[in-house]
Design a binder for this molecule. Structure first.
Ligand code: GAP
Length: 444
């Protein structure tokens, strides 16, 4: 983990937020390559989950919503994690983590904690009784900080989707099954953030809420489970690093009838990457009750009225980005040297092409800049003319750039360039006039 964290920093993927002030737990910034990688992951998700499904549309709802929304959704009362303190060293922990039990049941946890030693100071039998801690960040809307002005930063993007369900259905004239997708920030005051960007306090979710006929919920649950499994592999996760984990009764969120995780094998073991849940009619019914607005659906086929069920695939961009980074990372021996290479798929590689003039001589720079301008609008392209060509290739390998285009003195005569493939390191001479279509084909 330390290696990954320092590599991600050194290569400009991920920086600690407020690092110059010593950092702030659970908050990380995306650097120049991290932001491109995240952008590509989000675009791929949008292409696969929105564009490729004729019945899915997008939404961008606000981070702060009416506080009654979180009351209705159950988050005010039940979005809690069990917390425990060590009386000896005053450290605070997630009770389920220390107990080694995947449950929220305080009695079960208290029993399991009785003979556990504190992970920080090693003392035994020094834990307080476990208690529940609400993870929503509170804030106030307006200048008066009284209870009437208390609001929350959303703990999931889904809430905004449910609140706009009826507007979207009406304006798009959607019939079941249909989905609403959203990408956006969510906030959770995690008791123990950590494992780099695995457990964050500010995260980005990509969520899809699919509204279905109640008796088709199981079918769609299976469908989206497989769809998600296929998609994460298409962006580079290895089949033997992912597995499905069905939730037991005491693992499920308060709103779910069934849920399954796609787990990824992180350096600290198989952990939740993606959650797929059958939220039943829990949310729409709860919001209908709290708001007084009828959110039922009239089925023109069967002439019946019912509240749709919801199937929800939900994933955090950062957790996925970390998995993608881990599975792309490779080291190999080349000429007695270690070559570090990120084997990103072309679709998600932060930089697609590097344009590298062999020397800084003006005649080469001029041609190289022309080539850069020709291709840079279509892809993220880097221009680099410093250091030896070998070192520049290695630098591009380390950020996972699939193709390097080298312009040499022959290029001035034969109007051709050398294209180097990141994975095979093979080089091919390509006419400049053919370069764009060659790269288009390679990167598609
Ligand atoms: N709307 C459903 C929902 O929010 P969740 O299982 O709590 O369900 C969904 O979260 C996904 O969001 C997780 O599978 C994970 O990828 C990501 N996620 C949740 N909490 C996170 C955290 N503290 N840090 C990073 N990612 C997180």
């Amino acid at each position: 983990m330390e290696e990954l964290t320092s590599f991600a920093k050194r290569r400009g993927f991920i920086f600690q937020a407020s690092e110059i002030y010593g950092g702030i737990g659970g908050f990380w910034d995306l650097g120049p390559y991290g932001v491109e990688l995240a952008q590509n992951i989000k675009q791929s998700w949008w292409r696969h989950f929105v564009n490729r499904n004729f019945n899915v549309v997008g939404l961008d709802s606000t981070i702060i919503q009416h506080p009654r929304l979180w009351q209705a959704s159950g988050h005010v009362d039940t979005f809690v994690d069990p917390m425990v303190d060590c009386k000896a060293c005053k450290h605070r922990f997630r009770a389920d983590h220390v107990a080694g039990e995947d449950t929220n049941d305080l009695d079960k946890l208290a029993t399991a904690l009785a003979d556990k030693a504190c992970p920080n100071c090693g003392e035994k039998g020094t834990f307080t009784e476990p208690r529940q801690f609400n993870m929503m960040f509170k804030t106030h809307v307006g200048p008066v900080e009284d209870t009437g002005s208390t609001t929350y930063l959303r703990p999931e993007t889904a809430g905004g989707i449910f609140a706009q369900y009826d507007n979207v259905r009406e304006t798009t004239r959607a019939k079941l099954p249909f989905g609403i997708a959203q990408i956006g920030k969510a906030f959770r005051n995690e008791i123990t953030p950590g494992d780099f960007i695995f457990r964050l306090r500010e995260l980005t979710q990509m969520e899809l809420e699919v509204f279905v006929k109640p008796d088709e919920a199981e079918k769609w649950y299976e469908f989206w489970k497989q769809y998600c499994m296929e998609w994460v592999q298409s962006i580079g996760l290895k089949a033997d690093h992912i597995r499905l984990h069905d939730h037991a009764d005491d693992e499920r969120a308060h709103y779910a009838a069934a849920s399954v995780d796609i787990q990824f094998e992180y350096p600290f073991g198989f952990k939740e990457l993606y959650g797929i849940a059958n939220r039943t009619d829990y949310d729409l019914s709860a919001h209908a009750k709290e708001s007084g607005k009828d959110l039922s659906y009239f089925d023109e086929e069967t002439k019946q009225r019912y509240v749709p069920y919801v199937i929800e695939p939900s994933v955090g961009v950062e957790r996925l980005l970390m998995a993608v980074l881990l599975d792309a990372y490779d080291e190999e021996q080349v000429d007695g040297d270690t070559r570090v290479v990120l084997r990103f798929t072309p679709e998600i590689a932060p930089v697609k092409i590097a344009v590298l003039p062999l020397s800084k001589r003006p005649e080469l720079s001029e041609l190289s800049r022309e080539i850069f301008k020709e291709i840079a609008g279509d892809w993220r392209v880097e221009y680099d003319e410093t250091q030896s060509i070998g070192r520049r290739y290695r630098r591009q390998d380390e950020i996972g750039t699939p193709y390097c285009v080298t312009i040499d003195f022959d290029s001035l005569e034969d109007k051709a360039v050398t294209v180097r493939d990141r994975d095979s390191m093979q080089q091919e001479r390509i006419a400049i006039s053919e370069l764009k279509s060659y790269l288009t084909q390679k990167l598609s």
